[in-house]
Every structure is written in C-alpha cells, then in structure tokens.
Design a protein around this ligand. Structure first.
Ligand code: FCB
Length: 455
C-alpha cells in the first residue's frame, strides 16, 4: 500500500448500495441523423476540422440507439442494479424548444421501460453537454434565455418519464461545460472567452435551480440532484504560497459550485480575484434559485490537483505540479484514491449533504482482446479496487455515500479524444459493434453481486 491508498476495515458495503455504470447520450447513441434528431454543439464541433483526434465524431459511436436491448442485457450480465444515462436534448427538442420530436422521446420511453423490466434503476442526467446548436447560435449558455429553454426541456422530459424515473440529475459537470466549452475551447462550442465561461457557468447553475421544482412537480416520487466534477486540491509543498494557491484552486474548481448550491453565494475570494471584468453578472435573486434544495450530490472523481503558486498565471496564479509517485492512466491523469476519500469527507463536513453518489469514476487503458478474445485489463481492475476501498473507508468514517457508478459501461466517444481513449468495463469493437465484457467488468460484477470488495 502506498500513501495514495486508504484502508477500509470491513469489505461489506451498506445494504441498498447502488452499483451502477454510467454513459452519456452523445458518447454512445450514434444515430445522429435518425428519427428527426436535431444538431447539437457536439455534432457541429466534432465535424469541424481539427477539433477532435482523427476527426472522430459521435455520428455512429456505439450505435446504442439501435442496440439498447443488447446493452441492457450486458448490464444484467454485469449485475448492475442501476444505470446512469443522459438524454439528448436535440433528440427530444430539435429546435432547442417548442416542437417536440415524438420519435426521440419515444426512444427514451422504451429504454426506461426496458431498464425497469430488467430491474435496473435508471438514473437520468438531463444535460451531459449536447446543447442544441440553435441555442448556441442564440448565444449559448452565457445567454440567460438558455436557462429558460432548459426548464422547458426538463418539463417535456419529466412529463413523459417522470412516472418511472426516480432519480434525476440536472447537469453533468457544469465546470466542464463552462470552462472547456467557453474558455479553453477544447470542448464544444469551442469558444475562448473567460468572461463568457464564467457567465455560462452562472446560467447553468440558474438552469439547474429552475429545473428542480419542475422535476419535483412532474415526478413527485423522484429525488433530484446535480453532478459536479470535484477535484481535491493539495498544496505541492508546505509553503504558505502553495497552500494559498491550493485554496484558490479549490475555489475555482469546487467552492465556485458548492458554495452557491448550498446557499452561500459565490466565494468572495474568487469574486475579488476575478474582478468586475471577469465575474459573472448576477442578480441577488439568482442565488435563491441556485440554492434550491436538492436530494443528493453526484460527484465525478478521477484525479486530484497538486497545486503550486504561479505568479505568472493571472488571475488565479496557480500552477499544477506532478502528483508525487503516482501512476498515470492513458489520459495522463494521476491515480490517487486518497483524493476520493478526502473529497467525500470534506464535502460532507463543509456542506449539508445528506446523500452522496459517485456518479463517475474510472480509468482509460487501451487493452486489446487477447488471442482467445478476452480483454485482460488488470490496471483498470486495480484502479476500481483502490477507489472502492477509499470510498468504503470514507463511508466507515461518516460520509453518506450511497452508490457508485463506473465510468463507463462501455468504450465510447471520449469527446475531443475521439475513440482513442477506452474507459469501458465493456470493450467495443467499433468496426463490428461487438461488445465484450472486460476482466475488470467481470470483477466489478462480482463486487456488485456480493455487495462487498473482493480480497
Ligand atoms: C467526465 C465526463 C464523461 C467522460 C469522463 C472521462 O468529465 O463527464 O463524459 O468523458 O470524464
């Protein structure tokens, strides 16, 4: 055991623990032109030369739109009791709002029924990054009207599925939508304006807050939450400068979302760092909307940040240092299970959360089928074993963690990395669309069935 690991005492997970796997619509569905689906910002972005590796797009992806019955069978073989999927907004509302595409909605209707028949509980994310392109053309997420369009979309979907879906996630990782989409430009829509990015994140949070009561109304028995990609920030050294830098990074990445969601408004230290040129335009009433109480918090955890002071990088003045001694996945992300433990305990200590779910955790490795067709991916199994151990230790120490979703059910379109990064516990041969459960998937299925870690 290295210091990156955390020891648990008892291998058993609490009764009723949720064992799931996650996907997102644009990453797996394909069928980009089928049955009246509209264009999303990811269609436009991935079809723009130079934006994704190899020019890959989600046009076909895993063809889940046509193969969903087989994919539910896979979930059963994996002993999953839950599945986190996302809905494609432009499949349901091709024009962003207004006209409903019945065929698109009917697809999700069948999918939800299929999951329930297989006794797999659906966890539905409304927004996993595929904004209808027409809404981007009208200003995208920095435009306050996009929040109103989101509420309309949430209403349409929950009216149709709300009698059966009991777990709703409004947004996936608004930091990524805002920062990668509107500041760094690595993700759709590929804009590069820091002020727009902060404004986009603000409107995303308003959209979340406005949608919560709509989901509750249409789906009275459901629980509603949001998923954040939280990143524990550690100072690279013990110096005061590095400790302050880690605090700023924590503000930028974590407190910026957690504080307003839990009723504290934006962190003052960040507002003053951003200054009037960058800080979002807000109305005092926005903060009541954003702080609308939720039932759970979803956390996506992959890697920590070791942070050093970097006076040259305005306005945050943070630099990223290597994680001491850590192995890296194919994404170049450091493996640090202790980060998950620290994060879970910190969130429940600093914020009044009553239920936490790890809505994503996983690793990219490119293990290919061996001669006999098996996919031996011991590094992924070890990744999950170490993170589940840390999660279990956090439960023992008081974190209200109620479930875990592996990212991902199957290899898929990894955004700007196209098909070059394989996160699945199921292997996908993109030429034939054949699926094969990886050894890590077999391991995970035994953990899920036994509700306990394997020694
Ligand atoms: C997360 C995304 C998910 C996937 C993983 C690797 O940020 O939510 O869609 O790309 O990273």
């Amino acid at each position: 055991m290295t210091s990156a690991d955390v020891q648990y005492r008892d291998a058993r997970f609490p009764a009723d623990f949720v064992w799931g796997a996650a996907t997102a619509a644009y990453q797996i569905e394909g069928a980009a032109q089928d049955d009246g689906r509209g264009e999303s910002i990811w269609d436009r972005f991935s079809h723009t030369p130079g934006k994704t590796i190899n020019g890959d797009t989600g046009d076909v992806a895993c063809d889940h739109y046509h193969r969903w019955r087989d994919d539910i069978r896979l979930m059963r073989d994996l002993n999953l009791n839950a599945y986190r999927l996302s809905i494609s907004w432009p499949r349901v509302l091709p024009d962003g709002r207004g006209r409903i595409n019945e065929a698109g909605l009917a697809f999700y209707d069948r999918l939800i029924d299929g999951l329930l028949e297989a006794t797999i509980t659906p966890w539905v994310t409304l927004y996993h990054w595929d904004l209808p392109q027409v809404l981007e053309d009208q200003g995208g997420w920095p435009n306050r009207k996009t929040a109103d369009a989101f509420v309309e979309y949430a209403d349409v979907v929950s009216r149709r599925l709300g009698d059966r879906v009991r777990n709703w996630i409004t947004l996936n990782e608004p930091w990524c939508s805002g920062f990668l989409g509107y500041h760094s430009g690595e993700h759709a829509p590929g804009r590069k304006n820091p002020r727009d990015a902060l404004q986009a994140m603000h409107v995303l949070l308003i959209a979340h807050g406005l949608a919560v009561p709509v989901l509750r109304r249409n789906s009275p028995q459901a629980r509603v939450g949001i998923t954040l990609n939280l990143t524990p920030a550690y100072p690279a050294t013990d110096s005061v400068a590095d400790r302050d830098a880690a605090h700023r990074y924590d503000g930028f990445f974590n407190r910026w979302f957690l504080d307003p969601l839990y009723g504290r408004g934006y962190p003052r230290d960040l507002i003053s760092l951003y200054g009037p040129d960058l800080a979002p335009a807000t109305d005092p009433s926005d903060f009541d909307v954003i702080a609308t109480p939720t039932d759970f918090l979803g956390i996506n955890y992959y890697s920590p940040a070791f942070v050093r002071d970097d006076p040259a990088s305005a306005p945050l003045r943070v630099g990223i240092a290597p994680v001491p001694g850590a192995e890296l996945t194919d994404m170049g992300w450091a493996i640090y299970p202790r980060g998950l433990y620290d994060l879970l305990l910190r969130v429940c200590r600093d914020y009044p959360t009553t239920a936490l779910y790890i809505t994503e955790n996983g690793a990219a490795y490119d293990d290919a089928p061996s001669q006999d067709g098996r996919i031996e991916d011991p590094r992924r199994t070890r990744f999950y074993a170490r993170h589940l151990a840390a999660a279990k230790a956090a439960i023992e120490d008081g974190a209200p963690l109620r479930g875990f979703f592996a990212w991902s059910l199957m290899d898929n379109f990894e955004w700007a990395f196209g098909y070059t990064k394989r996160f699945g516990i199921v292997y996908v041969d993109y030429a034939t669309q054949e699926r094969t459960i990886k050894e890590s998937g077999r391991w995970y299925s035994r953990v899920a069935a036994g509700n306990r870690l394997l020694e």
